[in-house]
Ligand binder design. Structure first.
Ligand SMILES: [Zn+2]
Length: 289
């Protein structure tokens, strides 16, 4: 059963295999001059920052959307991609590395290099190891500052939330923080406990982010709409309440099945509309309460 769950869980990360990739939308939002959020297939965020020094890209989305994404980046600038940052190891953020990162230095936590350098098995699918040019070559264990296009870009490792190797990226001048999958904006998050994630640590990392950044900051999550500081606080409050409700139900002696049948998280049903459903969220947090 556990194996089946893991397989089911990995399928959406592979990237919508039924999808017609020639028809996906990539919406572009300008955050500040030179800094854009590209929203791939209404699902995954990519951030593009271009200027005289070249182009920096955060996350490469799916392998199947890489050509379309590269086309969109080239509509914004003819400067080459000098840096590609992978916020973490999942295929919907690293799949495009082979194209987007071909000429670039790729920056990530060491766990991302380790993961992409090995053959990956997902159910019956075997995904070969990435070629060396598509694997991170600049590794961030803790934090790193980058001066680029007149910006100070701060890269920080927040361990053990969504995965072991989550990086967040802050553009100081623009006051934009890119959070990777520590933010599923408006939705229950996926917590990858097979790759070092932990639901309680996830909540602590989000709280740390809330305290770390000023009130006027713009937050870009790996998934979902663009958030401001209040939005992030409200999302954290909602998630904290779901923890409390599940804990209280467990203390009353309810099983996971009974919690699902009684829909104890019905109040937050809209948060289950993306990837992690109400039921999956109960399953995610119950063992860690
Ligand atoms: Zn992820």
């Amino acid at each position: 059963m556990k194996k089946l769950l893991v397989i089911l869980l990995m399928i959406p990360l592979l990237g919508f295999s039924q999808r017609d990739w020639s028809k996906i939308e990539i919406d572009t939002t300008e955050l500040t001059p030179g800094l854009h959020r590209l929203f791939v297939a209404n699902a995954v965020s990519v951030v593009v920052f271009h200027g005289d020094d070249g182009t920096l890209v955060i996350d490469a989305a799916y392998e199947q959307s890489a050509e379309r994404l590269m086309g969109k980046i080239m509509n914004l600038t003819d400067q080459p991609v000098k840096y590609l940052i992978n916020t973490h190891l999942h295929a919907d953020h690293t799949g495009g590395n082979k194209l987007i990162g071909r000429e670039a230095d790729i920056i990530a936590h060491p766990t991302v290099k380790e993961f992409l350098s090995q053959e990956q098995r997902r159910g019956d699918n075997i995904i070969p190891a990435f070629p060396e040019y598509a694997v991170p070559n600049i590794l961030v264990d803790d934090n790193m500052d980058l001066e680029f296009n007149g910006e100070r870009i701060q890269i920080t490792h927040l361990p053990g939330g969504h995965t072991e190797g989550d990086l967040i990226v802050y553009f100081q001048e623009a006051n934009v923080a890119v959070l990777g999958d520590l933010l599923f904006a408006g939705f229950f998050p996926f917590v990858d406990t097979n790759n070092g994630g932990h639901p309680v640590q996830f909540m602590e990392n989000v709280e740390r982010i809330i305290n770390l950044f000023p009130a006027e900051v713009t937050f870009i999550g790996g998934h979902g709409p663009i958030f401001n500081h209040d939005d992030l606080q409200n999302w954290h409050n909602d998630l904290a309440q779901t923890f409390a409700v599940v804990r209280e139900a467990r203390d009353r002696g309810l099983s996971i099945e009974e919690m699902k049948n009684q829909r104890i998280l019905k109040k937050w049903e809209e948060m289950g509309n993306f990837f992690i459903t109400e039921d999956r969220w109960i399953e995610t947090i119950y063992p860690y309460l």
